[in-house]
Design a protein around this ligand. Structure first.
Ligand SMILES: [Zn+2]
Length: 371
């Protein structure tokens, strides 16, 4: 993907038209914005506006299941201050929980022990006035979840579960999405009061993997009168109907999750999923961009490339409603990545391009790079 923000769209005008409703944009740490962020008035900073609308720079931590035993909250707390993020996206649950969940089968991360890592990070962020979005990752589960609920998981044409190593992919037409995930969202929203939720992989299997589980067979037949398509054939009426049906189901999940978080966490407690910046990619994931944008108060666009020379500097790209009001986001999974991520030459080149300047202020680089 090009480093140019919004390169998936043919022109800035088209892009603005496309993103007419939600906020959003940019990749990388736009260092030139550092000095301005603390005092810059925001267009929606008035009383009664949702707090997430005031955020110009988001940071995301990527916690692995092994991290809770060694996670240094104080270091990350300080890092948020040094990078002047105004909102943070923190792993909370899904495949594993980073807090002691009471929801059956929502197992704690392997090394969490008695620790409530999400609570610690959420408290640290809230104490500094940062906005917190809780990040879910819930497209699959381990065998101890699969065994009591085999009907909640996707099957191939031979009836075998779709798997990725030791994980079983959940079926979008099962109780996993209708019961389990809403219960988890309610628990987190009421217990920790995050300002919103994101979701690493919210829409289930893409269109390349037809699910032949009993739930899908029954629901699709009731909806369309067709049997599930035998393969990927755009000339097959059943396949085209299956595509349409799947788009509609993802929107139902989007709406269900938003109803859940807003009823449990307040009217501004958004569930914003996570989406891709390319329409073709969205189509592969069976996500209806137009309808999602019509629903979304804000949108987070994900670019999880992992390249040695660019790290995750383009992890997400967000475009603000008004040109040149960029919002920035970056993600880091450990201290070394956090430092490298902020000051990769590629990131700084991109930041300069975004800012339309030839040099970034020295104070910005010194502020972090020397720590
Ligand atoms: Zn299914």
């Amino acid at each position: 993907m090009s480093a140019e923000p919004g390169a998936a769209f043919p022109s800035a005008e088209t892009r603005r038209s496309f993103l007419k409703k939600p906020a959003l944009a940019t990749a990388v740490l736009a260092g030139s914005r550092f000095p301005a962020l603390a005092t810059e008035p925001t267009p929606a900073a008035g009383a009664g506006q949702p707090r997430y609308r005031r955020v110009r720079r988001w940071g995301q931590t990527n916690i692995t299941k092994a991290d809770p035993a060694r996670y240094d909250v104080a270091w990350w707390h300080d890092y948020w201050k040094r990078t002047q993020v105004q909102g943070v996206i923190i792993n909370v649950g899904g495949i594993v929980a980073y807090y002691p969940s009471a929801i059956p089968l929502h197992d704690r991360a392997q090394f969490l022990g008695d620790r409530d890592l999400f609570a610690e990070l959420c408290r640290a962020a809230h104490d500094d006035g940062l906005v917190v979005f809780a990040r879910m990752d819930s497209n699959s589960a381990h065998e101890d979840f699969f065994n009591p609920h085999p009907d909640w998981f996707a099957r191939d044409a031979n009836g075998r579960p779709y798997r990725n190593r030791d994980l079983y992919f959940s079926c979008v037409n099962s109780g996993y999405y209708d019961e389990h995930i809403p219960a988890v969202l309610r628990e987190i929203a009421t217990r920790y009061q995050p300002e919103g939720f994101t979701e690493n992989s919210w829409s289930g299997l893409g269109r390349g993997s037809i699910c032949y589980c009993d739930n899908c067979a029954k629901k699709f037949h009731v909806n369309s009168s067709y049997e599930l398509p035998s393969g990927h054939d755009w000339n097959d009426d059943a396949y085209r109907a299956w595509i349409e049906w799947n788009y509609a189901r993802r929107l139902e999940i989007w709406d269900t999750n938003n109803r859940t978080t807003r009823s449990a966490g307040g009217p501004h407690c958004l569930w914003v999923g996570m989406n891709g910046g390319a329409v073709s990619g969205q189509a592969r994931e069976i996500r209806d961009c137009k309808e999602i944008l019509a629903r979304a108060e804000m949108l987070m666009l994900d670019d999880q490339r992992r390249a040695n020379d660019s790290g995750k500097s383009r992890h997400s790209r967000l475009r603000a409603p008004r040109p040149k009001r960029h919002r920035t986001i970056f993600a880091a999974h450990d201290r070394r990545a956090a430092h490298e991520h902020a000051w990769l030459p590629d990131a700084r080149r991109h930041a300069r391009r975004l800012a339309g300047v030839s040099r970034l202020p020295r104070c910005a680089s010194q502020k972090i790079a020397t720590s």
